[in-house]
Design a protein around this ligand. Sequence first.
Ligand SMILES: NC(=O)c1ccc[n+]([C@@H]2O[C@H](COP(=O)([O-])OP(=O)(O)OC[C@H]3O[C@@H](n4cnc5c(N)ncnc54)[C@H](O)[C@@H]3O)[C@@H](O)[C@H]2O)c1
Length: 264
Amino acid sequence: MGMLDGKIAIVTGAGSGLGRASAVALAAAGASVIVSDAVDDGGVETTVRINDAGGIAVYQHCDVSIAAECAALVEIARSEFGALHILHNNAGVAWPGRDNFAPDMDPAVWDKVISINLSGTFYCCHYAVPLMAASGGGSIINTASSMAHTPLGGLDGYAASKGGVALLTKSMSPNAGRLKIRVNAISPGYVDTPMNEMIWGNDDVKHAFNLGHATGLQSSDEIADLVVFLASDHSRSLTGAVLNCDGGWTAFKQPDLLRGFGVE
Ligand SMILES: NC(=O)c1ccc[n+]([C@@H]2O[C@H](COP(=O)([O-])OP(=O)(O)OC[C@H]3O[C@@H](n4cnc5c(N)ncnc54)[C@H](O)[C@@H]3O)[C@@H](O)[C@H]2O)c1
């Protein structure tokens, strides 16, 4: 018996990193997973991996910055499975380079980051909540970031988008609770995924980030374990929570450590 047997889940941005690990872990716990991504190759690969391992997954293309594609994604849950219990809003971008101090940041880049990270989370919630309520309730897991709490500096759009995700999570939780839907967010620290390559750039900076976590740089699998917990009834007392699951990154002062590596 898996912890999530009989549950239907959607994971956005599931073609890489945290989203792929989350989709695989949810399926291993017994959920049927609708894998989605804006880049089809990665999403299809995740779907194949789940099915080859004996799980149940279907793939649906979805660019979360396009509301109609989020509606179509939720519609797959209705048409293929007749229900939806778990939504992991994972899709996100940081944006290339660290030149995103507000005056230097192209407004088009700002719009793009907000449209994917924040509006995409809203769109998926908007379309998913009625089906989740009709399915008897469930769990929404939004993906914030340590940057929602302690920004690095230089990624102003990203930090603002993740702060928005954190507050959307809290704001939705009272009304969602009446529909038997819990809404929580996770705030990882720095996970060894393709997204961070542009932040550390070289091994010295990566080493500094490793030291900045009490338990070292994080893995996608350890974050996925938390997603499974939040999706399950074991977390039934949690809603409106924004969880610092950051290996201690925000627990102690970082600037002195990072300045030596050119990260202010
Ligand atoms: N890696 C970290 O250290 C870290 C820390 C905190 C939060 N996060 C958040 O976790 C999430 C996943 O990050 P990751 O590190 O796995 O990144 P990643 O780059 O490895 O994967 C992101 C995935 O999202 C997809 N994606 C991008 N734009 C999309 C869109 N418009 N619609 C749908 N899918 C889209 C990409 O194709 C990719 O498959 C993001 O929301 C990120 O902000 C990551």
